[in-house]
Structures are given as C-alpha cells and as structure tokens.
Design a protein around this ligand. Structure first.
Ligand SMILES: *[C@@H]1O[C@H](CO)[C@@H](O)[C@H](O)[C@H]1NC(C)=O
Ligand SMILES: *[C@@H]1O[C@H](CO)[C@@H](O)[C@H](O)[C@H]1NC(C)=O
Ligand SMILES: *[C@@H]1O[C@H](CO)[C@@H](O)[C@H](O)[C@H]1NC(C)=O
Ligand SMILES: *[C@@H]1O[C@H](CO)[C@@H](O)[C@H](O)[C@H]1NC(C)=O
Ligand SMILES: *[C@@H]1O[C@H](CO)[C@@H](O)[C@H](O)[C@H]1NC(C)=O
Ligand SMILES: *[C@@H]1O[C@H](CO)[C@@H](O)[C@H](O)[C@H]1NC(C)=O
Ligand SMILES: *[C@@H]1O[C@H](CO)[C@@H](O)[C@H](O)[C@H]1NC(C)=O
Ligand SMILES: *[C@@H]1O[C@H](CO)[C@@H](O)[C@H](O)[C@H]1NC(C)=O
Length: 485
C-alpha cells in the first residue's frame, strides 16, 4: 500500500520543527536538577556511597518534576504578609487565590485548567493551620439536573461544576511533595485526569505541611488529612460559590483511600451538607495490621514518616521511641534535602535491609496503640454510600487485611451502604484503571440521586479475557516535553 509508505502530515511537520530548531538532546537530559550531596551530609547520615548515589538520582528526578523548579522558589506558597501565626483565621478561611495557574510547566491533559488556593485547614487537635490546594477544572462541566451551586442558585440558571473532593496518595512528607506543585499532580491518568475529563471539578488539598513552609507533616494521621479534605472543599466552594456545586463526592486512593474512609467516619460525627458518598480505592484501614503484612523496606519508610508526624501531634512521643540512631539520621537527611517518596524509598531500603531503621517492638508501644486507635479505619460507623475498590495482588494496602476490615465493619453496621469490589490479579495502582468505569458510573449515580440499597455488597471480578493476557502494571511515566512537539 503506497499510502502507508508516505510520512503523515503530522510527521513531516514534526520533522520540520525539529530540524529547524536547536539541536535535540536525549530524553534524560531534560532533567532539571543537578543536586549532589556533600561529603558532610553523607557522613552525617551514615550512608554508603551507593545509597548516596541513588539518593542523588532520586532527588534530581523528584526536583525535575516540580512544576517550574523548586517549591521554595514558587511565591504562591508564601503566606500573605499580614498573616499572624498568633491570631490565626478560622478553619475554612481563604488566604490567597490564584485564579488561573500557569499550566505551561505541568503535564496536564489538554482542555483542562487549574487554580490554586491557600486556605486555613485544621489539625488533629482542632487548631487551624494554613494549607494549599488546587482545583482542576474540566473544559465543560458534566451536567446534572439536581445540582445546586454552593451559593444557592440552581443549576438550570447557570453553569455548575459537580465537585469531587480528591484525597491524594502518599507523595512524601516534606513541603516539596505538595501535589499542587508536581507536574502530573501526583496521580495523573490514574485518578485526577479521568475525573476532570469526565466533567468534574476536582478539588484537591495538599495535606497539611506539604506546600506551606515551616510546618511538620502529620503524615498518615488520616483524620487530620480528612480535615484537610473537608476544609479544602469548603474553601473552594466559598471562593467559587456560583459555579461549584454544594453537592460533592469524596474520592481517594491508597493513603487517600484511607483519608476518604476516615472522612466518611468523620461525617457521622460532624456532618457536612452536600456530602453524597465516598470512593475509597486500595484504602488503608487497620494500619498496624497492614504494616504487619507488608515488606520491611516499605515499612521502614512508612513508619519513619509516621514517627515524624507523631512527634508533632503526640506530646509524649519522641522519635527515639520507634527509630534507631541510623533511622533518625536518615530522616534528618530526607528533611534537610526536602526529599519525597522516592528519596525516602532509597534511604529506607537501608542498604538492602542490613541497617536497622525501626526499633524492635516499636509496634507494641503505647504510642503505636494510640496511633492505630486514632488513625485506623473500620470497625466504626461511617456515612455511606461507600464504594471500596481493591486489587487482590496489592502488596501495599494488603488485600486480606482490607477484606477483613470490610467484613467486620459490615458485620457491625449491616444497614450501612458499602459496596466492596475486589479485582482478581490487580495490584495497588492498577485497581484505578480496572475500576475506572465502575467508579465513574457510581459517582454519576450519586449526583443523579440514585438510591443505593442498604447493606453490604461484596463482589470479586475477573478479567473477561483471562488473567495471563492483561497488562499487570504501569511501565511508563509522564515526561515533560521541552521541545514543544
Ligand atoms: C543520560 O544518559 C547518558 C547515556 O546513557 C548517561 O551517560 C547519563 O548519565 C544520563 N544522565 C542522567 C542524568 O541520567
Ligand atoms: C528548571 O528549574 C529552574 C530553577 O529551579 C526553573 O527556573 C525552571 O523554570 C525549570 N524548568 C522547567 C522546564 O521546569
Ligand atoms: C507561563 O509561563 C511561561 C514560561 O515561563 C511563560 O512563557 C508564559 O508567558 C506564562 N503565561 C502567562 C499567561 O503568564
Ligand atoms: C488497629 O485498628 C484496627 C481498626 O480499628 C483494629 O481492627 C485493630 O485491632 C487495631 N490493632 C491494634 C494492634 O490495636
Ligand atoms: C495542636 O497540635 C499542633 C501540631 O499539630 C501543636 O503545634 C499545638 O501546640 C497543639 N495545640 C494544643 C492546644 O495542643
Ligand atoms: C501519651 O499520650 C497519650 C494521649 O494523650 C496517652 O493515651 C498515652 O497513655 C500517653 N503515653 C504515655 C507513655 O504516657
Ligand atoms: C553507621 O553505619 C554502619 C554500617 O551500616 C553501622 O554499623 C553503624 O552502627 C552506624 N553508626 C551509627 C553511629 O549509626
Ligand atoms: C509487631 O511486629 C512484629 C514483628 O514484625 C510482629 O510479629 C507482631 O505481630 C506485631 N504486633 C502488632 C500488634 O502489630
């Protein structure tokens, strides 16, 4: 076929732009960071040369993925000049609004737009605290006949965007890990992009201390992150009251699934008007149970980060209650260089597991029990409807533990609406792809006011074309295009 041998018009244009422009370099030279550790940092952290090298590679990758450079250089995250720490505005107060974020440094799907805001959130003990969030706007909102705008107008009068309160998975524990400053918003095509492209306004907090300077992240203290979620939604609704719906669905994956489940529990105690239900994908429920089932390398980083958070929220806790001297040194390096999840994974893989990071028996301490009782989900009342999606091959939010939590919660609250779906052969993040049309339909039903039957529904799905033929995991990532092709 002759036609097939001719380059397409698009390819010809591509060729022209490339040959006319500057010399092209290989893809990996698009990295935007050349950080290296000093010998003093390497010595202080007591890490091997190989770990030091890997930390540098991981940090340069992470810094490259900051939208337009380092977060410290992005003046958006600075608090207003008149902000008074001793006289803080109440939770929900809006501090700063960036109507139209310059999206040129992000890797967002064409047609969406983005805003960012600083607002007051609420810590675990009820203190208000400044935080950041973003809104990802679709080109056109999905239309629903029953929506009301947050300011009270009904949707027949004007454009109203249906709202999803979006809780992100773990990006890290330092301010540099704020998803609103990451090119792909930490989730990209697995989560926020399909939601926005389906016509929802995605309102997404950066969890407390990710973004705003001089705070300590209460990492994985899920009720604290649930506060962020509700207050970010409220702050966005008060900023764009005429166009954001009062009604909202909560959606989260991984840590974010734990956050939305926690938010559904909070809703029983502190009901928020407009709540329509919760999607919790690969959620953290019985946290100590999941940690017990997961691999040591993964737990080293996770528990170290939880210790960092407990140090700020539990007055009688100190890092040495859980962490070895080596663990504390590595944590200090992570904080000093503002590393995120990949740097953490590198530091806490702990020289192939030969360096001890967690003290034996850390999980039997009073603090561990307090933490689990405070942060874990399940075995308590929640506001439904709730959709829980879980892959059977999840090595992170361990499936048998999540299933146990679902079953015991259902046994305790048989009248509550909980729909649990397990995907056979599916792991932690792929569950969002396997479950995409199911959760989109489920969210649509909530906005359409479809009544869900009372009680628990538990199902297990298998791929129609057979497990051995499906793509098991994501082997690609989004790359920023420096050349404008
Ligand atoms: C980019 O690739 C070249 C060739 O493989 C390699 O020498 C170089 O170290 C790479 N640079 C980075 C930053 O990974
Ligand atoms: C690269 O980083 C520099 C310095 O932080 C920043 O000014 C620049 O905008 C970044 N470039 C891209 C493409 O992100
Ligand atoms: C967005 O940032 C890019 C890169 O710095 C700049 O060229 C462009 O003018 C900016 N757009 C707006 C609307 O400010
Ligand atoms: C942790 O919390 C979960 C959920 O409430 C509970 O089922 C589990 O027994 C707790 N674990 C410990 C060790 O207290
Ligand atoms: C509340 O917690 C914050 C840290 O999240 C702490 O700084 C503050 O002192 C605590 N306030 C009270 C009254 O306990
Ligand atoms: C630490 O404080 C928590 C919460 O106030 C309390 O439950 C716990 O018993 C205290 N632990 C110790 C060892 O004092
Ligand atoms: C430093 O690391 C070495 C080797 O991993 C270990 O044997 C030693 O105990 C560590 N020293 C301190 C002070 O942490
Ligand atoms: C604590 O950790 C040990 C070692 O991983 C494990 O055997 C034990 O079951 C754990 N206990 C709890 C309550 O999680």
């Amino acid at each position: 076929m002759v036609a097939d041998q001719r380059p397409s018009i698009a390819a010809v244009l591509l060729l022209c732009t490339q040959t006319r422009g500057a010399l092209l370099q290989s893809q990996n030279s698009t990295w935007n960071s050349t950080f290296s550790l000093t010998q003093a940092q390497i010595d202080a952290a007591n890490i091997s040369a190989a770990t030091a090298h890997n930390v540098e590679v991981a940090l340069n990758y992470e810094r490259t993925n900051g939208a337009g450079g380092l977060i410290q250089e992005d003046r958006f995250y600075d608090l207003p000049d008149d902000f008074d720490w001793d006289n803080r505005p109440a939770p929900g107060t809006v501090l700063k609004v960036e109507q139209n974020t310059n999206t040129s440094f992000y890797t967002l799907p064409p047609s969406v737009s983005m805003s960012r805001l600083l607002y007051m959130s609420e810590t675990l003990n009820g203190t208000s605290s400044p935080a950041s969030a973003y809104v990802l706007w679709p080109y056109l909102p999905k239309t629903y006949s029953k929506l009301t705008s947050s300011s009270g107008a009904s949707s027949s009068d004007q454009t109203v965007y249906p709202v999803i309160g979006f809780a992100h998975g773990t990006s890290g524990q330092t301010r540099a890990c704020a998803p609103s400053h990451l090119r792909g918003l930490w989730g990209d095509f697995s989560q926020q992009f399909p939601l926005a492209l389906s016509g929802y306004a995605v309102v997404a907090p950066d969890y407390e201390a990710l973004g705003v300077a001089d705070l300590v992240s209460p990492y994985f203290v899920l009720p604290s992150q649930a506060n962020d979620l509700y207050h970010a939604v409220a702050a966005a609704q008060s900023t764009w009251g005429d166009v954001l719906s009062k009604e909202f669905v909560l959606f989260g994956h991984s840590q974010g699934g734990g956050v939305t489940w926690s938010a559904a529990q909070r809703q029983v105690q502190r009901p928020v008007d407009g709540y329509l239900g919760t999607v919790a994908a690969a959620p953290f429920t019985d946290i100590l149970g999941i940690i017990e089932a997961d691999a040591q390398a993964q737990n080293n980083g996770r528990v170290t980060a939880i210790a960092q958070g407990l140090d700020s929220v539990l007055a009688n806790f100190t890092l040495t209650d859980w962490l070895t001297e080596d663990g504390i040194k590595r944590l200090q390096l992570l904080q000093e260089i503002q590393g995120c999840g990949l740097v953490g994974a590198t530091l806490f893989s702990a020289e192939g597991g030969t360096v001890q990071i967690l003290k034996d028996g850390w999980n039997l301490t009073e603090a561990a029990r307090w933490y689990n009782a405070t942060a874990a989900n399940g075995d308590r009342d929640f506001a439904g409807p709730m959709l829980v999606l879980q892959g059977t091959e999840d090595a992170n939010a361990n499936e048998p533990v999540v299933t146990r939590s679902v079953k015991s919660t259902c046994a305790m609250f048989p009248e509550k609406q909980l729909h649990y779906i397990r995907y056979e052969g599916i792991s932690h993040t792929p569950v969002l792809y396997a479950g995409q049309h199911v959760y989109l339909d489920w969210i649509r039903d909530r906005f359409e006011g479809v009544e869900m039957a009372k009680g628990c529904v538990q199902e297990t799905y298998n791929p129609v074309r057979g497990l051995k033929n499906i793509v098991r995991d994501q082997n690609w990532f989004l790359m920023y295009d420096l050349y404008g092709v």
